[in-house]
Design a protein around this ligand. Structure first.
Ligand code: GMT
Length: 456
C-alpha cells in the first residue's frame, strides 16, 4: 500500500480533553480520514498527518476547533451503516426502518439490505439506499438459500460502500449471515457487527434445537448485542450464556409523528353512534391472542356500548372473524387490514388492547401511548417496562379476559380517570421513549464498537 496524501490536519490542545475522549476523537478522525481517501487499511493511520500540539486550536478542513469538536463530540462522525431486517409487517422491521431513517437524518449513510423494500421506507430520503437480496435458483437448490444470498449481499455492500457497521435486527438468520460476510471481509474491508434481539428470535425460534447453537455462536461473534428490554436481556442470558454482554436499548417512537391529531374523518368512520373504541394493531400471529380482544369486547358490551377496531392482518384473521360471529359481536368489530396511517387511526381509539402471550417490548403499545391512548395488556415479557399499571393503563394475567374487560369498563365509565391516563401515557412516551433519546444510544454503540479491537 503506497502512502496517502494527507487530507486532515488536527492540532490538539492538551488541556481540552480527557485521555478517553482524546482517544475516541483520534479514532473517529482516523476513520473519517480513511474513508475520505477510500481505504480501510489501518496502516494508513501511520502515514497520516495528524498533529497534536500543546496549546493551539483544532483545525479540520478549514473548520474551526469549536465547530469540529462540538460536532464530533456531540454527534460523532457520520458512519456508513448496513441495516439488515425483515421488511414485512412486524415490530423489528418497523424499528429498523425508523432507526435507519433517523440515522440518515442525522447525517449517516444507511444501506438497507433485505429481500423486499421495508414497509415504512415509502418515500425518497437523502442518505438512504436499498439493496435487494436476490436468491438464485437452480434445479439442484431445492430449498431457498436466503442465508447465503444475504451473506453475499452484505459482503458486496460492505466492500463497495465501505460500511463501518452492519446492524442486524432479529438474530435468525441475519446474525449468522453477517458473521459469514464479516469473516470473508476481515482482511480487506472489515466492519463491526451489531446484533439487536427483538423477541421470538430468542424466546421461541432461537430455542429450536437446530437453531440454538447457531444463534449462540452468532451472538458470541457479534461485536455488540443489544436487546429491546431488560426482560429480553435476562432471557437471552438464561438461554444463551450468562456472560453475554447485552445492552438494553428500548424501542422508540417519534412522538412528533405519533401524536393525537385531528382524526375527525377516521373517527366518523370508526366511532359509530358515539360508541367507545377499543383498538388492536398486530400481525395477527398466534402469540398476539387476537381472540382475547374479541372476548374482551363481548364482556365490555355487557356494560357499555363499545366497538373493536382491528388493524393489521395475518394467520389468525379468519379464525378471529369466525369468533366474532360465534359471539354475536360481528357488527361491532371492524377489520381494517394493513394500514399505514397509524397515528390518525390510533387517535380515534379510547383504549388499546394488547393481550399477548409473548411480547419482548410491545412497540404497538408504545405507539398507542404516544397518541395518548391508554393500554390494557397482559403482564407478559417486557410489557411492564412500557405500560405502567394503574397509571398509563392496566396489566392483567395472560388470558384473564374478564379482568381486562373490567379494567376497560372502569376506565371508559370514568372520564376524569381516562383523561389522566391519556395524559400519563403521552408523557411517558415523550419522556422515556422518544426517538431523540434512543437513537443516540445506537450511535454510541456503533462508535464504541468502531473504537474497539475486539472481534477484529
Ligand atoms: O419477535 C418477534 O416476534 C418479531 C418481532 C417482529 O418483527 O414483529 O417482534 C418483536 O419486536 C418488536 C420490536 O422490537 C417488539 O416491540 C415486540 O414486542 C416483539 N414481539 C414479540 O416479542 C412477540
Amino acid at each position: 500500500m503506497g502512502s496517502y496524501p494527507p487530507c486532515i490536519t488536527v492540532m490538539y490542545s492538551v488541556p481540552m480533553l480527557c485521555p478517553n475522549t482524546f482517544e475516541k476523537l483520534k479514532c473517529l478522525v482516523f476513520r473519517r480520514a480513511r474513508r475520505d481517501v477510500g481505504t480501510k487499511d489501518r496502516s494508513f493511520d501511520g502515514n497520516f498527518d495528524l498533529r497534536f500540539t500543546a496549546n493551539t486550536i483544532v483545525r479540520w478542513k478549514g473548520h474551526t476547533a469549536s465547530n469540529v469538536l462540538r460536532f464530533i463530540l456531540e454527534r460523532g462522525l457520520d458512519m456508513r451503516i448496513g441495516m439488515v431486517c425483515y421488511p414485512t409487517y412486524g415490530g423489528s422491521g418497523v424499528l429498523a426502518t425508523e432507526l435507519g431513517q433517523e440515522l440518515a437524518r442525522r447525517g449517516h449513510s444507511v444501506h438497507f439490505i433485505t429481500y423486499a423494500q421495508p414497509m415504512r421506507l415509502d418515500r425518497f430520503q437523502d442518505n438512504i439506499y436499498y439493496h435487494e437480496v436476490e436468491t438464485p435458483s437452480y434445479p439442484l437448490l431445492e430449498f431457498n438459500q436466503y442465508t447465503l444470498a444475504l451473506a453475499g449481499k452484505i459482503l458486496d455492500v460492505a466492500r463497495y460502500e465501505h460500511l463501518d457497521v452492519v446492524h442486524v435486527h432479529y438474530a435468525i438468520p441475519h446474525a449468522i449471515s453477517a458473521y459469514l460476510a464479516k469473516e470473508i471481509a476481515r482482511t480487506t474491508t472489515p466492519f463491526k457487527l451489531v446484533t439487536t434481539l427483538h423477541g421470538t428470535d430468542i424466546t421461541l425460534v432461537g430455542l429450536e434445537p437446530t437453531f440454538h447453537p447457531i444463534v449462540k455462536f452468532s451472538l458470541e461473534k457479534s461485536d455488540v448485542i443489544t436487546a429491546v428490554s431488560g426482560f429480553l436481556q435476562e432471557k437471552t442470558r438464561q438461554s444463551f450464556g450468562e456472560d453475554l454482554p447485552i445492552k438494553v436499548i428500548p424501542n422508540f417512537v417519534d412522538t412528533q409523528v405519533y401524536k393525537r391529531g385531528d382524526c375527525q374523518n377516521v373517527e366518523k368512520r370508526l366511532r359509530v353512534d358515539g360508541e367507545f373504541v377499543l383498538m388492536h394493531v398486530s400481525n395477527f400471529r398466534p402469540v398476539k391472542r387476537v381472540h382475547d380482544c374479541i372476548r374482551i369486547l363481548a364482556e365490555v358490551r355487557k356494560k357499555l356500548p363499545a366497538r373493536l377496531v382491528f388493524v393489521g392482518d395475518g394467520p389468525e384473521r379468519s379464525d378471529a372473524e369466525r369468533l366474532c360471529r360465534e359471539l354475536n359481536v360481528e357488527e361491532f368489530v371492524t377489520f381494517l387490514g394493513k394500514q399505514s396511517a397509524l397515528p390518525e387511526i390510533l387517535s380515534a381509539a379510547d383504549i388499546f388492547l394488547l393481550p399477548s402471550q409473548q411480547e419482548s417490548f410491545g412497540l404497538s403499545a408504545l405507539e398507542a401511548m404516544s397518541c395518548s391512548v391508554p393500554v390494557v395488556s397482559t403482564s407478559i415479557g417486557g410489557i411492564p417496562e412500557v405500560v405502567r399499571h394503574d397509571e398509563t393503563g392496566f396489566i392483567a394475567e395472560l388470558g384473564d379476559v374478564t379482568r381486562m374487560a373490567r379494567y376497560c369498563v372502569d376506565l371508559l365509565s370514568n372520564p376524569k380517570k381516562l383523561a389522566i391516563f391519556r395524559e400519563n401515557s403521552r408523557k411517558r412516551a415523550v419522556e422515556k421513549f422518544d426517538i431523540s433519546l434512543i437513537v443516540p444510544m445506537y450511535e454510541r454503540v456503533y462508535e464504541e464498537a468502531l473504537a474497539s479491537t475486539v472481534n477484529g
